[in-house]
Design a protein around this ligand. Sequence first.
Ligand code: FES
Length: 169
Amino acid sequence: MKQEKEISESRRNFLMKFSLGLGGIAALLAGIPILGALFQPLIKKGEQKWRVVGKLTDFAKGETQLIKFRNAEEDAWAGVSAKSAGWLRHKENGEFECFSANCTHLGCPVRWEKDAELFMCPCHGGVYYKDGTVAAGPPPKSLTQYSVRVNKGNVEVKTAPIPLTKITA
Ligand code: FES
């Protein structure tokens, strides 16, 4: 009888420790992403990264092409929102310039109209000149420009967090 009681108590102790151990592991696993989310903005604020957007030979001189790339701040859970787009121009003199595809009014994607040499925003009629400055409509400022470099035959764009437009009443 006493032996059975000891075995039962020993089993209870084992199960209690096992449950506590499992609970601790579960709490640790749940806590890692929460701590990451809390401290990540402090670590990554304003981070910029060079992203390869293609080979030099992919961009004909005189052309303005839509490019897509991953943002500088790539959160694991961001999914498709971690991607950005820009309009990359290979100028006749060999230089590159790149404009954010997001309108500076409310962020709609602008499109390049080659014949008119204008960037047009379909949302509220914003229009930008070839150099990204505002031609008409509500955009409060020029299209954001990214730095571009050629590195080992690749064209790279220096991504940055997209500056949000301040809406004033
Ligand atoms: S979002 Fe482009 S004009 Fe409003």
